[in-house]
Design a protein around this ligand. Structure first.
Ligand code: SF4
Length: 679
């Protein structure tokens, strides 16, 4: 029996794995975030283990014939190392690029960042978490001086008076978390859900607000306008704990409720009701998720809601404040330890001389040898195979041809590379395009730490022996580093890597130096920041914020609107999201037979269905300026009549989405674009 955690989302539910002959059985385990509950993805998570699709030998593809050849590890590693070296010698270090994932353990994310900077000497590394939480991260850094998704334990939401969920659907994306919403309401607290769809979460809410996609920001501006007009701003808190309110106040002054109604489609009376509910509550928590964040104005949207929370005097107060519900399993830790283009471990900046010197010292290299900041995820993919862009790409823990926006163009860029190497457990859609595929261990076959949505560092323990022929990502990185004759040391055991990560993070914004595997086991996880000898910090901001002067920053933001406006040719909003039974690109969950997989569908309102002559269950065509998708119509009254929804777990959906980027976070606008819907 091995106590561990689910392989999927950021809740990281506790579970126990038990071997029963050749089978691996999942048991729910009581852990603070799930209290013994799991969703169906968690219950079935062992299903991939015995999959016949599992890769157990390195594969090399002949580009001319397309045929795959199984080869030994020495040959595969040798080939990749030789090609990487040749590209570097011919075109320079930035000819080689690396792409990571928000599902990788902290140890892998750390080692991948180090591998890119030290073994390859390239600045070209980023990861798919850029498409997940980066707008909330950018906003958190600007407003609070730190980016930890939730600055308090998740269970705190039960104790607040009003919980506002903006673009979040935990009842479907992380069902065990929904019990906190139920308990909140049993206590007499109110739940507000802001979402263009009446989701399973919205069905539990006291107030459901359905704005036009891409208008969560002006809704927040309108709420703050009303709070200010009614004298409900906590002036003492604003004066003593924040800076910058006057500019925000001026911007909000012009967002009277009727103007908000015109832009958002939310009735002025509903905006007033929300403002009154918030203004009269003693404790308010505002949580954003991808619905608010995955926009070209995602950072500004989060900041607008942070401004509401600050004006009410909530951040730092018990059972109150602002937080982001992270999505991917290690969405939090994955953005702290160096696989991001601008970052070194411990949430250090790759542009800061002191940060570079500290990390270079741990790695035993000269600070000057570390490259500078590289391209963000989508910009990196767009540059592949171009004159000025990378010629090779190494992918770990990501299925980019399914998950990237404007995915058709991404597939073209991958085809233009001299070398594509993918480390994966199965032949994902991205692996199928590779020159070399490296079969790696999966969850339950390896140990490693993850940082859940609360900033709690947890430990996944190895429960079973991996199949013969596969290696861990850490071993692959170590083998490649050795073949490239890289400086520094390259342990392949997770705890050894974590020991180095602790040193590299010491003194950084995400300080893990006081966290050890033994402490995690003994304490049900440890919250960062945690310096050597410290207990860890479950609740941030009680006394001060992580800014130089200790005050939170109001940031003045205004509404610009989605990058793509509706037009006669593209008259409907398209938004995307998840369904309960699937996870991310579906590379794992689509291969688990117990999970229903009927493919993508198009959810639309009966009024729109009538207009185009669509019938429930029959195929309809969604077309955007980038691509088209045919899928079955799901006709529901729970979506706005001007909007269609398509879940993104399948190939083709992201061929539709818009690659317009947020100027600060470089988040693509997954959540809204203009489309045409026809039968
Ligand atoms: S809620 Fe998330 S972590 Fe929990 S069982 Fe489901 S997928 Fe796994």
């Amino acid at each position: 029996m091995t106590d561990t955690h689910c392989p999927y989302c950021s809740l990281q539910c506790g579970m126990t794995l038990e071997r029963n002959g050749s089978r691996l059985e999942v048991r729910a385990r009581s852990f603070p975030v799930n209290e013994g509950a799991l969703c169906r993805k968690g219950w079935t998570s062992a299903g991939l283990r015995g999959s016949r699709e599992r890769l157990t030998s390195p594969l090399i593809r002949d580009r001319t014939s397309g045929a795959w050849e199984a080869v030994g590890w020495a040959e595969a590693i040798g080939l990749v190392a030789r090609r990487l070296t040749a590209l570097r010698e011919t075109y320079g270090a930035d000819a080689n690029a690396v792409f990571g994932g928000g599902g990788l353990t902290n140890e892998k994310a750390y080692q991948l960042g180090k591998f890119a900077r030290v073994a390859l000497g390239t600045s070209q590394i980023d990861y798919n978490g850029r498409w997940c939480m980066s707008s909330a991260a950018s906003a958190g850094n600007q407003a609070f001086g730190i980016d930890r998704g939730l600055p308090f334990p998740l269970a705190d939401v039960e104790q607040t008076d009003v919980l506002v969920l903006v673009g979040s659907n935990p009842a479907e994306t992380m069902p065990p978390a929904a019990r906190h919403l139920d308990r909140l309401r049993e206590r007499g607290g109110k739940l507000v859900v802001v979402d263009p769809r009446v989701t399973a979460t919205a069905e539990r809410a006291d107030l459901v607000i359905q704005p036009v996609p891409g208008t969560d920001l002006p809704l927040a501006l309108g709420v703050l306008h009303l709070l200010d007009a009614a004298g409900m701003v906590d002036e003492e808190y604003v004066a003593t704990r924040t800076t910058g309110f006057e500019d925000v106040r001026r911007t909000c002054a012009s967002w009277w409720p009727e103007r908000v109604e015109r832009v958002t489609g939310v009735e002025a009376g509903t905006v007033r009701a929300l403002a009154t509910l918030l203004g009269e509550a003693e404790r308010v928590i505002v949580l954003t998720a991808r619905g608010a964040e995955q926009h070209a104005q995602g950072t500004a949207t989060v900041l607008a809601w942070v401004n509401v929370a600050l004006a009410l005097g909530m951040p730092g107060k018990e059972y109150a404040g602002y937080g982001c519900l992270t999505g991917q399993g290690n969405g939090q830790g994955g953005r702290e330890h160096g696989q991001k283009a601008d970052q070194l471990p411990g949430y250090r900046s790759i542009e800061d001389p002191a940060d570079r010197a500290h990390v270079a010292g741990v790695w035993g290299v000269e600070p000057g040898s570390l490259p500078r900041k590289g391209r963000s995820a989508y910009e990196l993919l767009s540059a592949l195979g171009t004159e000025a862009g990378p010629r090779s790409l190494l992918v770990f823990g990501s299925n980019i041809v399914v998950s990237a926006p404007h995915a058709g163009q991404v597939a073209e860029r991958l085809a233009a590379l001299d070398l594509l190497v993918v480390a994966d457990i199965v032949m994902s859609e991205t692996a199928a395009l590779a020159d070399v595929v490296l079969p790696v261990t999966q969850w339950a076959e390896e140990s490693g730490t993850m940082t859940n949505l609360e900033g709690r560092v947890i430990l996944r323990e190895r429960a079973v022996t991996p199949p013969e022929g596969v290696r861990s990502d850490l071993a692959v990185i170590a083998d490649l580093a050795a073949a490239l004759d890289a400086p520094s040391t390259w342990p392949d055991q997770p705890e050894q890597v974590f020991t180095e990560l602790r040193r590299a993070s010491a003194g950084g914004r995400a300080d893990y130096s006081g966290i050890s595997y033994d402490r995690i086991r003994a304490e049900d996880g440890v919250f960062w920041p945690c310096a050597e000898g410290d207990p860890g910090v479950p609740r941030l901001f009680a006394d001060s914020f992580a800014t130089p002067d200790g005050r939170a920053r109001f940031v003045d933001v205004d509404h610009v609107g989605p990058a793509e406006e509706l037009s006669a040719a593209y008259p409907v909003h398209l938004t995307t999201g998840r369904v309960l039974a699937q996870y991310q690109s579906g590379a794992q969950t689509r291969r688990i037979k117990e999970l229903p997989d009927e493919g993508p569908f198009v959810e639309l309102h009966p009024m729109l269905a009538d207009r185009i002559g669509a019938h429930d269950g029959e195929p309809i065509l969604v077309r955007t300026r980038r691509g088209e998708l045919k899928a079955a119509a799901h006709i529901v009254t729970t979506i706005r009549p001007d909007t269609v929804f398509v879940p993104f777990h399948w190939v083709g959906v992201n061929r539709l989405t818009n690659d317009a980027l947020d100027p600060s976070s470089r988040m693509p606008e997954f959540k809204v674009c203009a489309c045409q819907v026809t039968v």
